[in-house]
Structure formats: C-alpha cells, structure tokens
Design a protein around this ligand. Structure first.
Ligand code: NDP
Ligand code: GDR
Length: 342
C-alpha cells in the first residue's frame, strides 16, 4: 500500500524537492504551509507538483493544530523541515527563532507521541550546530559549538529529537545537513544572492553586489542530492543520526568568482578589509563591494563535513559538484530573468 507522508515547510527549498522525490516514489504527500496574506507556492509551482500535494495550513507554534493534522492525515513518515532558517535574522529575532526552530520541534514530537508513536520522524538539524568548529572535518561525533540563536535553537531541536527517541522509543532521526543550495534557494542566502546579482548585473538591472564576509567557507552541496539522503534515513531498520556533506569547502569569494564568470565577468580583487572591491577585468567597473551590514555578530568561518557514515550505511553520495551547482544556479536565474523580464 502507498505510504503517506506529512512534510512541514512545504513552501521552502527542501520541502519542494522532497515532495517531488516522494511523489515519484508513489507516496501520498501532505504538505504543511503557514498562512500568509499572499500564498508562497512558487517553488512547488516551478517543480509542477502543486496540484499533486494535499496542502494544509499548519503552524509549528500551534500544538493542537499539529495533533489534529496528524490525526487527520495518518502519516507513516513526518519530515520536519519548517524553521526560521535564516541565521542572520536569528540575531534580530532570537525569541521567535527559539519558538519555531527549537520549541516547534517539541510541539511536533509531542503530537507524534500523542497520536501514534509508530510514525517515523525526520528532524532537519544543521551543520551550523558545529559553529566554531572543534574538529576538521566535522562528523557525527564532533562536539557542537553553536554561534547564533539559530544554531542554538537547532541544537535544542537535535537533542529533543534524540531524547524522544530514547524516552518514548519513537523512530526519530536527525540529519545534520551541511549547506545545500539550488535554483530554488531563498534569495536571502548568500549563494542565490550572488547568482541573482550576477545575472541582474549582466542584464543591466543592478549595478553591483553588496556582500559581507568574503572569506567564510562552506561545504556547499545540491539540495536535490540532500533530500535523497533524508528519505534514506527513515528507511533504515533503526533510527540514527547522519552528517550529510560533500567533504569540500569553498569560500564566498570563490562562489562569486565562478558565478560571475558564468555571467561573463572576470573578477579581480583590489584593496583589503571593508575597502576590498571586486572589479570586472574587462570594463574596470566595480561589481562587488563590502557592506558591513552583512557581517554577523558572531560568524561561522569554516565548515566542512565528513559524511562517511551516510556513505557507508545509507549508500548515499552527492552527484552534483560545486562547479556544476554554481553553473546550474546562474543558468536558472538567467532563464528566469528572460522569462519574467525582471
Ligand atoms: P527554507 O527557509 O527554504 O524553508 C523553511 C520553511 O519553514 C518554509 O516553508 C517556511 O514557511 C516554514 N516555516 C517557517 N516558520 C514556520 C512556522 N512557524 N510554522 C510552519 N512553517 C514554518 O529552508 P530550507 O528548505 O533550506 O531548509 C529546510 C530545513 O532544513 C530548515 O529547518 C533549515 O533550518 C534546515 N537546514 C537547511 C539547510 C540548507 O542548507 N538549506 C542545511 C541544514 C539544515 P514560509 O515559506 O511561509 O516562510
Ligand atoms: P548559512 O547560509 O548562514 O551558512 O546558513 P548563508 O548563505 O546565509 O551564509 C553563508 C555564509 O556567507 C556569508 N555571507 C553572507 N551571507 C548572506 N546571507 N548574505 C551576504 O550578503 C553574505 N556575505 C557573506 C555569511 O556570513 C556566512 O558565513 C544556511 C541556512 O540554510 C541554514 O538554515 C542552514 O542550517 C545552514 O546553511 C547549514
């Protein structure tokens, strides 16, 4: 019989890719979205799956709403992808971030505990929990050192998931996913901000890109590859936590250089610190400027994961390389620009 799944955060990047994957696998998919004055379904529309998903208004902050949702949908698997997921905003809205990204997980776990402890649950943990890294590369046993209210909230979500697994025998897994990007990435995150700007500058719609810390390094993978891993985690015989990463770290600077190259610009760097600028070699124009407003009160300088456990036990590996990812994102933004002319 076809399995049923309930996904929180269906309007986000991972929600869209995961729903597509599970529909292809024959699941009946319920997707939870927050009520907004203007619906935010562009990702599931872009993947042409909106009509195949049963969409439900669900908020992680409302426990009764979650209990009723699980009672009505009777899922075999629940994927908790909803969160206040933007690290920079978490410094401005630390309480809201804690309510949604931390306590929201407990609300959902309680709903599982009350409705049916046989439901399998996935919790979206994050490499941000490693923060000021205590070991290179980071793996499941690396000690955590969160550096933002977001990361602190995710750490709570991570441990409460483990606690419910140990206390109530719930099949709950936590995936410690490193950064994963795609053409569906939110524009506020650095990769999509860069690819969107490169295309806008190329088409004369923007003068330059204002950016924060150029030297932060991340282990960037492709979201399509990463949602495969989270489904695999729930198909195991016993619940376990996994690090998911490519094992390669690249800087924001490198991401800019490659993205701008795909848009036809060769960036040369001049100056230092906040005065550093990225200049187009051909025209001499300044295309990249530093704006300290994009610096974080506490930064995560370097993340690079070791996903050996997932590769061995799940048989997972990433398919898309860093260069392919950058190219895919620029090309998709170019296409969007041509289509919408904006
Ligand atoms: P997005 O920011 O794209 O999506 C987050 C989703 O959460 C959106 O659908 C958002 O709804 C929803 N949401 C926010 N608040 C609530 C709430 N109170 N109740 C219900 N839904 C809510 O994130 P991603 O898809 O990139 O990430 C998915 C999950 O994985 C997140 O938990 C994120 O923290 C985590 N993660 C992501 C990584 C990445 O690199 N992408 C890496 C590691 C972890 P709306 O559209 O209305 O805002
Ligand atoms: P991150 O992603 O904080 O790693 O969290 P983000 O793309 O926001 O930042 C990555 C790095 O780039 C630096 N940076 C900038 N970031 C943004 N957004 N805007 C800028 O202008 C800019 N300039 C430099 C940042 O300082 C940082 O070092 C993402 C989210 O998806 C989380 O939800 C997830 O848990 C982690 O990835 C893994």
């Amino acid at each position: 019989m076809a399995k049923t799944v309930f996904i929180t955060g269906i309007t986000g990047q991972d929600g869209a890719y995961l729903a597509k994957l599970l529909l292809e696998k024959g699941y009946k998919v319920y997707g939870g979205y927050r009520r907004l004055s203007t619906p935010n379904f562009w990702r599931i529309e872009e993947l042409a799956i909106k009509d195949k998903i049963s969409l439900l208004e669900v908020d992680l902050l409302d426990s009764g709403n979650l209990i009723r949702t699980l009672n009505e949908t009777k899922p075999d698997e629940v994927y908790n992808l909803a969160a206040q997921s933007f690290v920079a905003v978490s410094f401005e809205k630390p309480v809201l971030t804690g309510q949604v990204t931390a306590l929201g997980v407990t609300n959902l776990l309680e709903a599982v505990r009350i409705v049916n402890t046989k439901i399998k649950l996935y919790q979206a943990s994050s490499s941000e929990m490693f923060g000021k890294v205590q070991e290179i590369p980071q793996k499941e046993t690396t000690p955590f050192y969160p550096r933002s209210p977001y990361a602190v909230a995710k750490l709570y979500g991570h441990w409460i998931t483990i606690n419910y697994r140990e206390s109530f025998n719930i099949f709950a897994c936590s995936g410690i996913l490193f950064n994963h990007e795609s053409p569906l990435r939110g524009i506020e995150f650095v990769t999509r901000k860069i690819t969107d700007a490169a295309v806008r500058i190329k088409t004369g719609k923007q003068d330059c890109l204002e950016i924060g810390n150029l030297d932060a390094k991340r282990d960037w993978g492709f979201a399509g590859d990463y949602v495969r891993s989270i489904w695999m985690m729930l198909q195991q015989n016993k619940p376990e936590d996994f690090v998911i990463a490519t094992g390669e770290a690249h800087s924001v600077r490198e991401f800019i250089e490659q993205a701008f190259q795909h848009a036809g610009f060769y960036i040369e760097w001049r100056g230092t610190g906040v005065d550093e600028k990225g200049i187009d070699r051909k025209s001499g124009k300044v295309l990249i400027k530093i704006n300290p407003k994009f610096f974080r009160p506490a930064e995560v300088e370097f993340l690079c994961g070791d996903s050996s456990r997932a590769r061995e036990k799940l048989g997972w590996k990433p398919e898309v390389t860093f260069s392919e990812l950058v190219q895919m994102m620029v090309q998709s933004d170019l296409k969007r620009m041509e289509k919408n002319n904006n």
